[in-house]
Design a protein around this ligand. Sequence first.
Ligand code: GH3
Ligand code: MG
Ligand code: MG
Ligand code: MG
Length: 340
Amino acid sequence: MDQDGISLIKGNLLIVDDEPDNIRVLSALLTQQGYYVRKALNVQIALIAVNSLKPDLILLDIRMPDATGYDLCRQLKSNPDTHEIPVIFISALNQIEDIMQAFSVGGVDYVTKPFKVDEVLARVKNQLTICQLKQQLLEQNQQLLQQNNQLTQEIKTRQKVEENLQTVNRQLQNLASCDSLTSLANRRHFDEYFQQTWKQMIEVQQPLSLLLCDLDFFKHYNDHYGHPAGDICLKLVAQALDRSVSHSRDLVARYGGEEFAIILPNTDLSGALKVAQTIHQEVQQLKINHEYSTVSSIVTVSIGVSYQIPQKDTSAEHLLTIADQALYEAKQKGRNQYCV
Ligand code: GH3
Ligand code: MG
Ligand code: MG
Ligand code: MG
């Protein structure tokens, strides 16, 4: 501990001076304070000592026989291995030009000879403290950079996991709401969407239309062409139904077996009938042979249409019942037609 109670900053010092007396006095003083001191009597020896000792600080004389302290300082500052070592010039030269020259070649401080002991000690200690703080800041900076990199990496990983989860969720949702044979909405999705749309139409007091669409004599079709051909037929009809609606909020669903349901929000009776007509055209254009149908030589559908401006005191099921009755009527009247 020194007088003010702060621990001494011990370090490796190099004193470069061609005056043996100067070196001796300085060295004794600094060694006494707990520093490890090496000495060099000229620039050449100093260079060797710098490389072997890697000093924390250099006290550097200016006038020496083989070269000047300025030359040595310049050389040290231009070498990446040594340019961080602080150099305090200590010289009898006391002209402002000499001092300015010392700073311009990279010196951090200047002490004039004859020096005062306390001043040298204070300036050495100052520079070593600055070095130590610099080192601490560098290390902290390094740590922060590392932490930052880790955090960035972590954030990226989390984002990726989040994205994957969202994709899986979307796929699960699609699977849960999709009919595997026709890729249309399944019954579950239909039920949800129907209830939801019913409520919305109550709020906005807009008409809601519903179409129930059933293949005619499909049992015969299966019986004669086989179940796999029946599946293909169902898929083609499903695509034809999907082509028959045009609004983004319309929903075509496989209601069950060979029966399909179509929800048409914000659509009145004339709109619903247009869709029913389009369905008949689209299904007819498929031209799927059905020799065992008694209404046509190709696959046809019957459609039950219902529509309503939904009210709070009626339920969505009511609209379904009416569509079902209309479908029954279409079947009764001879199939391949729609009834309201
Ligand atoms: P209708 O004109 O009165 O509707 O007569 P239909 O023969 O179409 O009606 P029915 O209800 O008697 O028969 C429906 C047929 O639809 C029977 C069933 O095997 C068939 N079916 C239901 N789901 C599928 C399916 O996923 N694939 C196939 N290939 N056939 C199905
Ligand atoms: Mg000298
Ligand atoms: Mg049928
Ligand atoms: Mg049926």
